[in-house]
Design a protein around this ligand. Structure first.
Ligand code: GTP
Ligand code: SPV
Ligand code: MN
Length: 587
């Protein structure tokens, strides 16, 4: 029978019963992650109006979900880290005392599932048997959450198998309430390994395995246990000779991780291949072989839809053509999907993401700028088989990347680990639609973790510095920027598949085969060091602009870096202050 209790783990059963007494659902449904269950829930979701079944001839197994228009992105202003003291959460996180916050949230949750079903989602983050694999249980009253977690995580019996009779699973309670922004809280209680999320039904706010567990709680656990939970893609790059190199890259939300992880090299790069290990989150640890190893804790991609097309990301287009959940895209009269940047010519009529008629004359966007696909990784034509390896992959390079119209060159290499940590710690990027508010403004986003670090950011930098001591082969660290613009506001760099040219330089630097010149920022490639063959219309002048360091822009940049350091001062490692002095002197 579907939905009946499928575990004897006492801690799980007792906690579910306790939460059911609080939320008072009409029924409890224990998920098993099976295909039949998925079919049943999709049917129920369609009947309840949670999903629209898309054109099954064009998009087999695909469904559309429209979220409440007040609930379309992560909400950083209502995201809290509830550590015992405010200093533990640090100045970059919202903090509230755990007891009070829990009382408030339990008050909101009380009776909120009356007339509804409470779904019990057991899930595993990471390949079974991996030393970092972790179990979570999410309780939710949203079918959308269940079906997304089924794609994004190893959901079902495997989680109970890995947990055995232990009680060290992440507890995640999610109540939609009436999706009221005034009652929206995404709260983390790191010491108890507990997450409570109320008042939202969208993405990173409610798929608790992802940003809440794998990053906020994960980073806290990583600090205690000596590993790193990072907002990073993981890719394998294979040369024509079959040599494989693994790279992890942190770019802030909606700044290009999924695209880089699935890159298709242009025809000039015959024989080169990119394999995706992960597109959003990396869990990494110093392995006994002296390398930093990484696993992807997830099993699916919750990716940005707008801008995805045959040219920019053909692998993603194939991946999302079946068994995919779309959130907040537009649809055609025959139930196909559409979004800005899918093709040049929009169809003559559409239903927009809010369900309203839309024509090319309409002023508003047809798809929400943060519309997303949820697709299983097994749909990815370039999925790396290593993704299932409990030992992970050894990382040769770490990239920090940003979205910057000015200031930051296309690529440079940090001088060493400490300098690299400084480069990551001072990362600044233009904000995007992935979170509510501020899109376009440059803000500091240390290591792309500003919204995701579950403890004091200064202590997090110190943790990074300490990890170095346990590595015999530390990854080389780089900074990239695909988004520099010319004076007319056009991107100087073609990006997407052409990014392989930068990745190749990075690989060759790691393997001691590529040249560079010393600059105040770090090692910079010269024109002769980059393979630019076959890049149409690309002038040396353009490359000069892309690699230039403008003193005026850097004066401003240093002031912005200083603001962050002042904010973090009380916990900031002295090494980073020293790095700043060195950079100032070099400039
Ligand atoms: P999250 O899922 O929010 O963490 O985002 P992400 O970092 O995975 O970003 P993603 O790859 O989805 O890209 C976000 C947006 O940036 C999309 O609209 C892409 O089309 C665009 N983009 C990605 N790579 C490039 C690039 O190399 N150049 C340019 N110009 N745009 C890019
Ligand atoms: C991000 O914002 O970095 C995402 C999307 O990957 S969400 O899952 O909503 O956080
Ligand atoms: Mn992300």
């Amino acid at each position: 029978m579907h939905g009946t209790r499928n575990t004897n783990n006492r801690a799980v059963v007792e906690w579910v019963e306790e939460m059911a007494r609080l939320c008072k659902p009409d029924r409890i449904y224990w998920c098993d992650g099976s295909q039949e269950e998925k079919r049943e829930l999709l049917e129920r979701g369609v009947a309840d109006g949670v999903f629209i079944k898309l054109n099954q001839e064009k998009l087999p197994g695909c469904y559309l979900h429209r979220s409440n228009p007040n609930d379309v992105a992560r909400v950083e202003h209502c995201t809290y880290i509830c550590t015992d003291t405010e200093a533990e959460a640090g100045p970059t996180n919202n903090w509230a005392p755990p007891r009070e916050m829990k009382q408030r949230l339990y008050g909101l949750a009380a009776g909120s599932m009356k007339g509804r079903t409470m779904y019990v989602i057991p899930y595993l983050m990471g390949p079974p048997g991996s030393r970092l694999a972790r179990v979570g249980i999410e309780l939710t009253d949203s079918i959308y959450v269940v079906l997304n977690m089924g794609i994004m995580t190893r959901m079902g019996g495997i989680a109970y198998e890995q947990l055995g009779d232990r009680d060290d699973f992440n507890r995640g309670l999610h109540c939609m309430l009436d999706v009221d922004p005034d009652k929206r809280f995404i709260c983390h209680f790191p010491r108890e390994n507990l997450i409570i999320s109320v008042g939202s039904a969208y993405g990173g706010n409610v798929l608790l395995g992802k940003k809440c567990f794998a990053l906020r709680i994960g980073s806290y656990l990583g600090k205690q246990e000596g590993w790193l939970a990072e907002h990073m893609l993981i890719l394998g790059i294979e040369s024509p000779e079959g040599e494989k190199t693994y790279i992890a890259a942190a770019l802030p939300s909606a700044c290009g991780k999924t695209n880089l992880a699935m890159l298709v090299p242009p025809s000039r790069f015959k024989g080169w291949k990119i394999w995706t290990v992960g597109d959003d989150i990396a869990w990494m640890w110093p392995e006994t072989d002296g390398w930093l190893h990484a696993i992807n804790p997830e099993t699916g991609y919750f990716g940005v839809v707008p801008g995805t097309n045959q040219q920019s990301n053909p692998n993603a287009m194939r991946m999302i053509s079946h068994d995919t959940i779309y959130t907040n895209v537009a649809i055609t009269p025959d139930l196909d999907v559409w979004w800005e940047g899918k093709d040049k010519q929009p169809p003559p009529e559409l239903i927009d993401w809010q369900g309203r008629p839309w024509t090319p004359e309409s002023k508003e966007k047809a798809a929400h700028p943060n519309s997303r696909f949820t697709a299983p990784m097994r749909n990815n034509p370039v999925l790396a088989p290593e993704v299932e390896d409990p030992h992970g992959v050894p990382i040769s390079a770490i990239i920090f990347g940003a979205r910057r119209a000015a200031t930051m060159p296309l690529v440079f290499q940090a001088f060493d680990w400490i300098h690299g940590v400084y480069v990551g710690a001072t990362l600044g990027s233009e904000m995007t639609a992935a979170a509510v508010g501020g899109a376009g403004q440059v803000r500091r986003d240390p290591m792309a973790m500003l919204p995701f670090c579950g403890y004091n950011m200064g202590d997090y930098f110190r943790h990074w510095l300490l990890i170095r001591k346990r590595l015999k082969y530390p990854p080389a660290i780089f900074h990239v920027n695909w988004f520099r613009k010319d004076q007319h506001g056009h991107f100087l760099w073609p990006g997407f598949g052409e990014n392989i040219r930068v990745l190749k330089w990075i690989v060759d630097r790691c393997r001691g085969r590529a040249g560079a010149i010393e600059s105040p920022l770090g090692w910079l490639p010269e024109a002769k060091d980059l393979d630019l063959v076959g890049l149409k219309g690309f002038t040396e002048e353009r490359l000069d602009h892309l690699l230039s360091i403008n003193p005026e822009e850097w004066r401003r940049e240093l002031l912005l870096q200083e603001e962050l350091f002042i904010k973090l001062y009380s916990h900031l490692p002295k090494e980073l202050i020293f790095q700043r002095e060195l950079l100032l002197a070099r400039l």
